[in-house]
Design a binder for this molecule. Structure first.
Ligand code: SF4
Length: 389
């Protein structure tokens, strides 16, 4: 499409989620329409990357990226950094480099080709292997980013097998539609899946995980919300990374969801060079909270996702961030810091790297106390006699 035609079309259809999807940027030629000042060596790097990995970004998301006076994305822009493919030739291998193995979906947990039973009472359904746009840090990279992924895609045969598993396992109380991006399914298909879950002979909590509000907030249409409300979807988990994503379209989409779904919460991946500071997480968490989105997890980096190593920060950075926010920021906004490990998530205790866990001690007056450091870095003695008998 000629640039002039494209501009007219964009103005008319910007808020149409299908148009955003159709006209997403997938090639370096298209990228140059948005960022005419992008340097040739960066374009070549992207071309090299996309020989094996996916690259796709909606125009909506790129519209939130700050540009240099030359018309290139600012290299340190927190949104651009998430979607910009790394040059495979720049990546220095380390012990954390992607080693080709699965790090989350253990084969023993895949009870059908699309359903993962990791935790006792809930099952995650991989409802799509595709997304509105691709995050280059994706924790599901083997499913989403790899062009030659060997992960089974959603189909109705696998779905029927999943319903059969749910029928035979009454201990399962919650089904999570995740992906990829489950909202890549049509409203009609989602309605069928939700209807099937509601037809099971016991009540279930139904949760949907999505990144649509950042990449294509127009996907949250009134029709979609009516479908979610009709089938009593319990919760929607938004994935957000930086406050720059939370423009008016994101907020309006969240408000539409709030009218349809009782619980709206946010999960945040901790990413070096994107949001690895207390100020960035504070700003993001508070803006989410002030818009009625409750806290969820702050995820530490998931090792061994291909191409994601540049986003890795260390565990101490996450601990320091949460310690800086605890008690200083509303507890309804501060996320829970977890390490995703193939055995499951682990909530990190908020001990500073050089800090002792709480100690039993005897105070100057001879009392048995628990001694710990409080949020203001003071040493506190809390009377706590040991229980005997
Ligand atoms: S939208 Fe979610 S599943 Fe898709 S690439 Fe991003 S993090 Fe991965």
């Amino acid at each position: 499409m000629a640039v002039e035609q494209l501009t007219r079309s964009a103005e008319a259809e910007w808020g149409n989620w299908r148009w955003q999807q159709r006209s997403a940027i997938r090639t370096t030629e298209e990228l140059l329409e948005v960022f005419p000042g992008l340097a040739g060596d960066r374009l070549e790097a992207i071309d090299r990357h996309t020989q094996t990995m996916r690259f796709q970004v909606t125009r909506h998301f790129l519209g939130l990226v700050e540009q240099t006076p030359e018309g290139a994305p600012r290299p340190d822009d927190p949104l651009w950094r998430q979607v910009m493919p790394a040059d495979p030739e720049e990546a220095a291998p380390s012990s954390y480099s992607y080693d080709g193995t699965e790090n989350w979906e253990l084969p023993s947990e895949m009870v059908t080709p699309i359903a993962q039973h990791k935790y006792d009472d809930r099952v995650i359904v991989r409802a799509a292997n595709v997304c509105h746009a691709y995050c280059q840090f994706c924790y599901e990279a083997l499913r989403t980013l790899e062009k030659e992924s060997d992960k089974p895609a959603f189909n109705l045969h696998h779905w029927d097998a999943t319903l059969g598993y749910l029928l035979k396992h009454p201990e399962i109380q919650e089904v999570i539609l995740s992906g990829g991006e489950p909202l890549m399914q049509s409203d009609e298909q989602l309605g069928r899946l939700l209807g099937d879950l509601r037809a099971l002979p016991r009540p279930l909590a139904i949760r949907i995980h999505t990144r649509a509000l950042a990449f294509n907030p127009f996907r949250i249409t009134e029709d979609l919300c009516a479908t979610l409300a009709e089938h009593g979807v319990t919760a929607v988990g938004l994935h957000a990374t930086h406050v720059h994503e939370l423009g008016p379209d994101f907020v309006a989409a969240a408000q539409r969801l709030q009218r349809a779904v009782p619980v709206l919460f946010a999960n945040i991946p901790l990413l070096r060079g994107v949001n690895d500071s207390a100020a960035a997480i504070h700003e993001l968490s508070m803006k989410l909270y002030m818009n009625g989105v409750a806290r969820g997890y702050l995820y530490h980096f998931m090792p061994h996702s291909p191409g994601s190593e540049r986003f890795r920060t260390n565990v101490s950075a996450g601990v320091e961030i949460i310690r800086a926010l605890k008690r200083r920021v509303s507890n309804l906004a501060v996320p829970e810091f977890v390490l995703p490990h193939h055995t499951g998530k682990y909530t990190m205790p908020l001990l500073a790297p050089d800090e002792q866990p709480p100690q039993r001690a005897t105070s100057a007056s001879g009392e048995e106390v628990l001694r710990f450091r409080n949020w203001q870095d003071e040493t506190i003695e809390y009377p706590d006699p040991a229980l005997t008998g």
